[in-house]
Design a protein around this ligand. Structure first.
Ligand code: SAM
Length: 320
């Protein structure tokens, strides 16, 4: 209880008030409680270059303790080292492992790209999910990874190179323009959108919530809608699109999906997510009394916890 009180007093007042307006009290308090936790470092084995078995041997020989993750054999939770210690490892420097939060590993697993397919990652830097998708595709097929921010696109190119993800083509530019130039070209599209980042808030780390404002939220909402709309147009009929954010409010999540479905009426629907993960929470079925389109209920939220950051994930299928 005292943790919830501390969270309420330190986080932006407007954010806390909206949390209680948007969610039932027990969910709002679970979220606040999750924001008081310090999460362990987690890593993903880059299966383009190494196997989980090789990495386990290496971790053991370095005295590094780990736990496996039930829903993803390539993921490891490190229990006795910090991020900067792991950055010294050869396996990190040689791109055999990638430091990535567990929640961030979820959208590529939900999108489930297959070897040989063509994939658009419309907002891709620094490349956590683009390189994960290349590994899931056994580095066969094509991933176009776009980011509008030049410096971040350079970081993306560096990570792609270090991970040996040779099927990833990095484009520094506006994802909307890239998508518009390739109508109905991709089997799968990932829209891991810029967002207000509420799922990453840590009560003890003001840098995680200082940038938050209503303005940031509105700006993010506008980019999300543009990127989503463009993403749908770049999708082949029968293709799949994952929309994900690391934020919690319904405006950037359920309402973004609802808006998209209404805009592309009949062409697109949200479909059930098959990844079986105990951390899933249901999406909201109504927002401020507004009933959402019936398929929005298939989206899922991850609430912040001692192991996971807050995230939202929706899987959409282009039907027409
Ligand atoms: N998917 C990335 C990963 O897993 O490493 C994280 C993406 S981050 C949540 C959102 C990214 O969207 C930022 O790098 C930002 O520069 C980029 N972005 C924002 N607007 C964009 C646009 N119009 N076109 C392409 N990228 C954009």
């Amino acid at each position: 209880m005292s943790s919830i009180r501390t969270a309420r007093s330190r986080l932006p007042g407007e954010f806390v008030a909206e949390l209680y307006r948007a969610f039932p009290v027990h969910v709002a308090e679970r979220i606040l409680m999750g924001m008081t936790k310090r999460r362990p470092v987690t890593l993903r084995v880059n299966t383009i270059k190494a196997s989980p078995r090789e990495i386990m041997e290496e971790l053991r020989s370095e005295g590094i303790k780990y736990r496996r993750v039930q829903w993803y054999p390539d993921a490891f939770v490190i229990t006795n080292r910090r991020e900067r210690d792991l950055e010294q490892l050869r396996s990190y420097q040689e791109g055999r492992v990638y430091l990535q939060s567990l929640s961030s590993m979820v959208p590529p697993l939900v999108l489930a790209p297959q070897a040989g397919e063509s994939v658009l990652d419309i907002a891709a830097a620094p490349g956590s999910k683009a390189t994960q998708m290349a590994a899931l595709m056994e580095n066969r097929g094509r991933i176009v990874a776009v980011d509008v921010d030049r410096l971040r696109a350079q970081r993306l190119a560096f990570n792609v190179e270090r991970q040996g993800a040779s099927i990833v083509e990095v484009v520094a530019g506006d994802g909307v323009a890239v998508a518009a130039s390739s109508p109905e070209a991709f089997d799968r599209v990932l829209v891991d959108a810029p967002c207000s980042g509420e799922g990453l808030f840590l009560v003890d780390d003001p840098a995680t919530y200082r940038p938050w404002s209503q303005k940031l939220r509105s700006r993010s909402t506008a980019s999300q809608r543009r990127l989503l709309d463009a993403g749908v147009k770049a999708l082949k009929p029968g293709g799949f699109l994952v929309y994900s954010t690391c934020t919690l409010n319904p405006e950037e999540n359920e309402l973004a999906v609802d808006h998209l479905l209404k805009r592309h009426g009949g062409l697109l629907e949200a479909v059930p997510i098959e990844l079986d993960m105990p951390e899933w929470s249901p999406a909201l079925e109504q927002v401020e009394g507004r009933i959402l389109g019936p398929s929005v209920k298939h989206a899922r939220r991850i609430l912040p916890s001692e192991i996971m950051e807050g995230f939202f994930v929706a899987l959409l299928k282009r039907t027409g």
